[in-house]
Design a protein around this ligand. Structure first.
Ligand SMILES: C[S@@+](CC[C@H](N)C(=O)[O-])C[C@H]1O[C@@H](n2cnc3c(N)ncnc32)[C@H](O)[C@@H]1O
Length: 203
């Protein structure tokens, strides 16, 4: 196993760690996701045939690049990042499919409307639900549920389980898997928005 599969590039690690030192609760991790976690999250979200995908909390862009690699040429990836420095990192990724909204994921509906984008078939979230105020976490989850296309997937990777409790209130039952090849090992929760009803755990 190559070390660079677990450890992201040095420039991303440094920028990420600086961001963490400035606002530990908002960034929620000292190091970006490993290549293994990136690939696993992309697989769970099944973005290959999604016309619109949303990423909440792209950080320094490792997960963003992994999503773009898997997405179709004509698709769109909307990234919503609250940290202005990280948002600038994402804006530098040279890909015409990318849109970047610098602000909170609570405003997902406004961001989609600003670019006249259709309902996303997949929403991927790395934002730290366990360290943000519960009211904000609930607003983000409700915004995601409202915005998502029927049959769409919400995928949240987290160390702790608070997103499971809160997400289940909004979407219904979750499926969960664990990626061990990440620092630290990470749980990946998945929900599917049912057509015309309460969500269900993806199979
Ligand atoms: C653990 S990092 C994940 C970064 C990257 N996706 C990865 O996996 O390496 C969490 C990210 O969520 C962002 N974030 C936290 N709260 C947010 C919010 N309310 N809206 C948008 N982004 C948020 C942080 O700034 C940070 O970039």
């Amino acid at each position: 196993m190559a070390t660079n599969e677990i450890l992201p590039p040095p420039d991303q690690r440094l920028a990420f760690f600086r961001g963490f030192l400035r606002n530990p609760q908002q960034v929620g991790s000292v190091i970006p996701s490993s290549r293994f976690l990136e690939r696993r999250v992309v697989q769970c979200a099944r973005v290959e045939d999604a016309p619109v995908v949303v990423e909440l909390g792209p950080g320094t862009g490792g997960t963003t690049r992994a999503l773009l690699r898997a997405m179709e040429p004509g698709s769109t990836l909307l990234c919503i990042e609250i940290n202005a420095t990280f948002a600038t990192f994402i804006q530098r990724i040279p890909d015409p499919r990318l849109r970047v909204f610098a602000g909170s994921a609570e405003h997902l509906g406004d961001a989609l409307a600003a670019w006249k984008l259709q309902q996303p078939a997949a929403i991927v979230s790395g934002i730290p639900f366990s360290t943000m105020p519960v009211a904000v976490a609930r607003r983000v989850l409700r915004a995601a549920e409202t915005a998502m296309a029927p049959g769409g997937r919400f995928v949240a990777y987290q160390v702790r389980s608070r997103v499971h409790t809160l997400g289940t209130e909004v979407f219904g039952a979750a499926a969960m898997e664990v990626e061990l090849l990440n620092i630290p090992p990470m749980r990946i929760y998945q929900w599917c928005k049912a057509n015309g009803g309460r969500g269900k755990a993806p199979r």
